[in-house]
Design a protein around this ligand. Sequence first.
Ligand code: ATP
Ligand code: LTN
Length: 336
Amino acid sequence: MKTARKTMLSAVQPTNPITLGNYVGAVRRWPQYQSDYDMVFFGVDMHAITLRQDPAQLREQTYRLMATLIAVGLDPDACTLFVQSHVPQHAELGWVLTCHAYMGELNRMTQFKDKSGKAGANIPVGLFAYPCLMAADILLYDAHRVPVGADQKQHVELTRDIAVRMNNAYGGDLFVVPELFLPTIGARIMSLQDPTKKMSKSDPNPKSTVFLTDTNKQIEKKIKGAVTDSGSEVTYQDDKPGVRNLIDLQCALTGQSPDSVLPQYVGKQYGHLKQDTAAVVVEAVAPVRDEVARLMADKGSLDAVLKKGADRARERAARTLARVYDRLGFVPPRSG
Ligand code: ATP
Ligand code: LTN
């Protein structure tokens, strides 16, 4: 019997290995929802090419991202887990939505402003139109909930606006209007070198970011080298963003609250906090990293998992696209 579970959907760009920020703020939380939701998760390689990628690296990072999603606990038999470019309907619905989005609303996207600033003189059109492809990613699967970090809020809101606009134009039940699903804790892990900026995959300084591919030694070195604040007392307050970030990391990974962690540092130095945080991070990251390495050693098995996911995704996506094309007035291909 078909269950009436709601659909939860999210995606990650395979641009660099996943960071501790992505892990704590997003990916690590997803498996806990798989018993309650119909889960659709994928790697968005077509989004990644909005900025120039090295083809060999893109290929490797795509496998690595998918292996990471499996290693954190998303079960490929229970979820629909796939690579975006394996499902051509994303590009097809993306075009339809591009024709229903307005220049003015795309112009307001802050991610475009940030990223186009870094793209140099020639800004790819795809970087501008990208939110339409993201809207297609979401609307193709009739997704109800979209868990993302705060940086993606604008894009999900745009998706809602386009869905409502097209429902009004072509019949109220064309698209499910998705809801944003923001995490409550650990939503923003900060850079280890500048704790006023978020930890980012694309930070040019590798000391700022712990990657899930880092060895235990590298993790320890980065955390022990984290920029902390003046003074030496371990407290949890806004004017000590470096110390606060380390406490947040510990708390997000152990499930403790800052109040329960702080007493153990009375009369101790920042060095103790760094040592403990490094140990907690290593304990969380090491098993995931090792499992990713194991999965990466057998690309044949990964390919089989991804094929199964894409087959399932394509079937769902084709149904939605046929509904959309019909409402738009496209003549269906008929034999004979
Ligand atoms: P970049 O900085 O290169 O744009 P990114 O690190 O933000 O990349 P994404 O692929 O855009 O990575 O994000 C994947 C998910 O991780 C998103 O849901 C995003 O909101 C979340 N996320 C990214 N960075 C952090 C962070 N520092 N703390 C918490 N969550 C984060
Ligand atoms: N734009 C997102 C990645 C992304 C996404 C999606 C997230 C592409 N399609 C659909 C949720 C749902 C990013 O850059 N992090």
